[in-house]
Design a protein around this ligand. Structure first.
Ligand SMILES: Nc1ncnc2c1ncn2[C@@H]1O[C@H](COP(=O)(O)OP(=O)(O)OP(=O)(O)O)[C@@H](O)[C@H]1O
Ligand SMILES: [Mg+2]
Length: 462
C-alpha cells in the first residue's frame, strides 16, 4: 500500500497513517470538493509533471483548452503521458487512486487555478482563503475551516495570482501590492502580496453564487422571519430609503439583493457597485460598476462619480452596493431630493453605529457643513436600518430592523421594530434565540397606508 515514493524520499513516519487507500487523513484539515488533496511529499512531483507538460505542449492548445474547454481531452492525454514518463524515469510507483489524484491536480495546474480549483468547483463552498502556501481555508455552511489543499511555495501562489489578474490586464507586484479582481464566473477576489503581506501572498475569494438567495431562502435559513420579510417588502414597495448595515461577510449584499427584488417591475433602477454582485430582474435596469484607476490613479471612475451621474439618468431608484466614501453625501442628497426608495449597505456593527459611520463618510466628501447639519440630513434621508450580523456559529441573521425617527436635540432617535434575541448556545455550538417584534407600532405604517399597503397589526405584536 505504501508505494508512492522511492526509498530515499521516505523520511521516517512520513507516510504513517497518511495514505490509506489513497485517501489523506490529516488531523485538523478538512477535505473539501470531490477528492482529497495530494499528500505533501508528492507536491514536488506534481510540480515536475506540470513543468514537463508545459515544455512539451504548445501554448495555444493550452490556452484554448483553458478558455473554451475544447482540447481538454488532449491536455489530459498529454498530462497522463508526462505523469507516466516521469514516474517511470524516476522509478516511482503510485497506487492507482493516488495516481488519479496526482493527474487531477496536474490538470488543475494546467487549466484551472491550481490547488484551489476543487474548492472553486464545489458549489457548497462560499469562500476560499489562502494565507500562506500551506494554509488554505474554505467556508462551507458558515464555517471557515482549514483544508488539505497545498501550494508548493510562495512562487506557486504568485503564479496562480497572475493567472487571475493577467486576463484583466492588471498586475500585482511591489508597486501595486493590493488588487481587487474577479474570476470569469463573477467571484470577487482580493489579493495582497509582499512587502505589504508579511507572510507571503494572500488570496481571498468570495464566490459568486449563480443562484442568488431568495427571501424564502433567508426565511428558511432563519436569517429573518416571515413577518419581518413582509414588513421589509412593504417598506421597499412604499419607497422608504433603507440602509443595510453589518460587518464583513455578514450578508449585507445578499440581503440588499433580496430587498431589491421587491422593487416593482415597472420602475427604473440604477445600480452602482464597486464590483457587480447584485442580480436584479427589473426590465428597466442600468447597472454601473466603478473602475479602479491605473497605478497613478488615472482613469478611475469612482462610486461617487457614478452616483452623481446616475441622477441624470432619470432613475426611480438608486441602489448603491456599499457606501464607503464621499459618495454618501451625494446619496443622502439624492434621498432627500425625491429619489425615494433608495437602498444601500454600510459597514457598521449596530444601527446607531451605521449612522455614525454615515456621518464620518459624509465628512470625508470634503463638504463644508456643520456636523449638526450632516446629522440632520442623515436623519431625514434614512427611514429604516436593517442590521445584519454573522453570529458565532456562522449563521447570518437580521439582528435589528430599526426605524429612524428624526432628531431630538442633537441625537437621532432610533426605534427597534424587530430584534433577534439570543438566549444561549447549544452544546454543539449553535446559537439559540429568536426573532421577535418589539411590540411598537412602526411609524412607517402611515407611509405604507398612504401607498395603499395595509399590514395586519398582529405582525408587530409581541
Ligand atoms: N442569510 C444568509 N444565510 C447564510 N449565508 C449567507 C446569508 N447571507 C449571505 N450569506 C453568505 O455569506 C457570504 C457573504 O455574503 P455577502 O456577500 O452578502 O456579505 P457582505 O456583508 O456583503 O460581505 P462584504 O462585507 O464582504 O461585502 C456569502 O458567501 C453568502 O453566500
Ligand atoms: Mg457586500
Amino acid at each position: 500500500m505504501v508505494d508512492s515514493l522511492r526509498l530515499h524520499d521516505l523520511r521516517p513516519g512520513l507516510l504513517d497513517g497518511r495514505i490509506q487507500g489513497g485517501a489523506v487523513a490529516r488531523k485538523d484539515k478538512v477535505t473539501f470538493g470531490d477528492r482529497p488533496a495530494l499528500p505533501e511529499h508528492m507536491l514536488s512531483l506534481r510540480a515536475k509533471i506540470h513543468q514537463r507538460v508545459l515544455q512539451e505542449m504548445d501554448a495555444e492548445t493550452l490556452r484554448s483548452a483553458t478558455r473554451s474547454g475544447s482540447d481538454r481531452d488532449e491536455v489530459q492525454r498529454r498530462a497522463q503521458q508526462a505523469m507516466l514518463a516521469t514516474l517511470t524515469e524516476d522509478g516511482i510507483q503510485v497506487v492507482p487512486s493516488l495516481r488519479n489524484i496526482l493527474l487531477a491536480e496536474v490538470m488543475d495546474e494546467l487549466l484551472g487555478y491550481g490547488p484551489i480549483q476543487p474548492l472553486l468547483d464545489d458549489p457548497a463552498i462560499t469562500e476560499v482563503v489562502v494565507n500562506a502556501p500551506r494554509e488554505v481555508f474554505a467556508e462551507k455552511a458558515g464555517r471557515l475551516r482549514r483544508t488539505d489543499r497545498m501550494f508548493n511555495d510562495n512562487a506557486h501562489v504568485l503564479r496562480i495570482i497572475n493567472k487571475i489578474v493577467a486576463p484583466l490586464g492588471r498586475r500585482v507586484d511591489e508597486s501595486s501590492p493590493m488588487v481587487d479582481a474577479r474570476l470569469p464566473d463573477g467571484s470577487r477576489v482580493n489579493i495582497v502580496v509582499p512587502p505589504v503581506a508579511l507572510r507571503g501572498p494572500a488570496i481571498t475569494i468570495r464566490k459568486f453564487s449563480r443562484i442568488p438567495f431568495t427571501v424564502h431562502d433567508l426565511i428558511q435559513k432563519g436569517t429573518l422571519t416571515e413577518p419581518m420579510a413582509t414588513f421589509l417588502r412593504a417598506c421597499v414597495e412604499a419607497r422608504l430609503n433603507m440602509l443595510i448595515s453589518g460587518g464583513t461577510g455578514s450578508g449585507k449584499t445578499t440581503t440588499l439583493n433580496v430587498l431589491s427584488s421587491f422593487i416593482p417591475d415597472h420602475e427604473r433602477v440604477v445600480t452602482i457597485e464597486d464590483a457587480a454582485e447584485l442580480q436584479l430582474h427589473q426590465e428597466d435596469l442600468v447597472a454601473l460598476e466603478a473602475r479602479p484607476g491605473t497605478v497613478e490613479g488615472k482613469c478611475a471612475v469612482t462610486i461617487r462619480d457614478l452616483v452623481r451621474n446616475s441622477l441624470r439618468m432619470r432613475p426611480d431608484r438608486i441602489v448603491v452596493g456599499e457606501v464607503r466614501g464621499g459618495e454618501s453625501l451625494d446619496m443622502l442628497q439624492a434621498m432627500n431630493t425625491g429619489h425615494d426608495g433608495s437602498l444601500s449597505t454600510i459597514h457598521a456593527n449596530s444601527p446607531r453605529d451605521a449612522l455614525a459611520r454615515l456621518e464620518t463618510l459624509t465628512l470625508m466628501s470634503g463638504v463644508d457643513l456643520p456636523m449638526r447639519a450632516i446629522t440632520k440630513q442623515i436623519a431625514s434621508a434614512i427611514q429604516v436600518i436593517v442590521q445584519q450580523g454573522r453570529l458565532q456559529d456562522g449563521t447570518r441573521k437580521v439582528t435589528h430592523i430599526t426605524e429612524v425617527h428624526g432628531m431630538e436635540g442633537d441625537t437621532v432617535l432610533l426605534q427597534d421594530i424587530f430584534v433577534f434575541e439570543q438566549t444561549g448556545v447549544s452544546p454543539d455550538g449553535r446559537v439559540i434565540g429568536e426573532h421577535r417584534p418589539t411590540g411598537l407600532r412602526p411609524r412607517a405604517l402611515a407611509r405604507l397606508e398612504a401607498a395603499g399597503i395595509r399590514l395586519p397589526p398582529s405582525l408587530f405584536l409581541r
